[in-house]
Design a protein around this ligand. Structure first.
Ligand code: ZN
Length: 399
């Protein structure tokens, strides 16, 4: 535990700067419980002390690049009622563990479809969410999450459970009240808000936020600031996270989210001096415009191009804002398990991550996209690290 706390000290930087807090409209003070508290809570103790921490920072280390691993489409809880399903979760943990060992990143981004909630026949899907972040947490690496279309879907009863002999295998919780019993057996899914609040509350290493209320039901909308080693008031890059919907509402980045992005950038980076990197789950329709046909050719870089881009349902303005900002370097998405390319689009790059989880469709080998950021001069480089250690598809995303 002492080592763990030392690691926390390395990765966290706390500041009391009121000015800074004012610059971030969606930043909330995060109440967290320590691991001891969490264990006590699991053990049934009622004396859980909540500690309010000052704002967290992400900071480059002196003379070292900052490395981010993207874990996309893990799909924990896939076919949770079979023997096969839980085995895939074990496989996904192995992929993440291998990638973390090979790369030792400074930060991890969970790029959506962390769980397959429509396959999870328990009321609290956070149990699976927690499992998915466990390899990163165990190494003391901070992370942030963004929602995908499978993360807050309601349980879909498998049809075969109603075929002959026709007895559903699931046993619903026994309850004194038949009404309550029916309720508990409906498994309407754990809401985005419950998932993210649970993550934040129990994990000091989590940098996730539940975003401005006026954007709900779209929840994972926030910005993180990666600062220089010397001065936490000197941002090196802004990392934007946007919720591209799906599950409990349409697959779209709304005009309200676009406006939030617009007003936030104008406030914290008005002259586009600081580079910006964008993360969300479902590719925008712009990905279709740059998608390579038959194989992957320059200037695109990647290794699998085995599907058509499954884009958001509509484009309501976010891409127009992004291409008008010279500071926006790249967008990273998951969702399409059979695509892992990066292609240039106007002045920025549109990139897929790499299918990391054994849950979800597709049998392509698993891996993770890695990003490497340097400060002086600013550069953004990326490659894909496979489960077996192989590295490929290296690309420089800055001019
Ligand atoms: Zn997926």
């Amino acid at each position: 535990m002492e080592n763990f706390r030392n690691l926390l000290t390395i990765f966290f930087f706390f500041s009391l700067s009121l000015l800074y807090t004012c610059l971030f409209p969606c930043v909330d003070s995060i109440s967290t419980v320590g691991f001891h508290d969490q264990l006590r809570q699991h053990a049934g103790s009622r004396t859980v002390a909540l500690r309010t921490k000052p704002e967290k920072y992400l900071r480059l280390r002196v003379g070292a690049p900052f490395k981010i691993a993207l874990f996309a489409d893990l799909h924990f809880g896939e076919d949770a009622w079979t023997d096969w399903g839980p085995r895939q979760d074990v496989n996904s943990i192995r992929v993440m563990s291998n990638v973390l060992s090979y790369e030792t990143p400074d930060f991890v981004v969970y790029l959506g479809d962390v769980i397959t909630a429509n396959n999870i026949a328990v009321a609290n899907a956070s149990l699976y969410w927690d499992l998915a972040i466990s390899p990163t947490r165990a190494r003391g690496i901070p992370w942030a999450t963004v929602f995908g279309n499978h993360d807050d879907a309601a349980f879909e009863w498998p049809m075969e459970w109603f075929s002959p002999p026709g007895i559903p295998r699931l046993r619903c919780p026994v309850s004194n009240s038949s009404c309550l019993g029916e309720e508990e057996c409906s498994f309407r899914g754990t809401s985005r808000l419950d998932l993210i609040k649970n993550e934040i509350k129990h994990n000091e290493l989590s940098h996730s936020r539940n975003g401005p209320k006026e954007l709900w039901p779209s929840v994972s909308n926030y910005v993180l600031n990666l600062t220089s080693p010397e001065d936490t008031n000197s941002p090196v890059v802004f990392l934007y996270f946007l919720d591209s919907g799906g599950g409990s509402y349409p697959q779209v980045i709304s005009s309200a989210q676009a406006e939030w992005f617009n007003s936030t950038t104008r406030m914290i980076n008005p002259d586009s001096r600081v580079p910006e990197i964008i993360f969300w789950h479902i590719p925008s329709t712009a990905y279709k415009k740059v998608a390579p046909v038959f194989g992957i050719h320059k200037p695109c870089v990647g290794s699998i191009n085995r599907e058509r881009v499954a884009a958001q349902e509509a484009e309501t303005g976010i891409m127009k804002l992004l291409v008008e900002r010279p500071s926006v370097k790249a967008v990273f998405v998951g969702h399409n398990h059979g695509l892992d390319w990066c292609c240039p689009y106007k002045q920025l790059w549109l990139c897929f991550a790499r299918h990391t989880g054994y849950g979800g469709y597709g049998g392509w080998p698993r891996g993770a996209r890695i990003l490497e950021i340097t400060q002086k001069p600013f550069s953004l480089r990326s490659w894909i690290r496979m489960e077996d250690g192989r590295v490929h598809s290296e690309v420089v995303l800055t001019p």
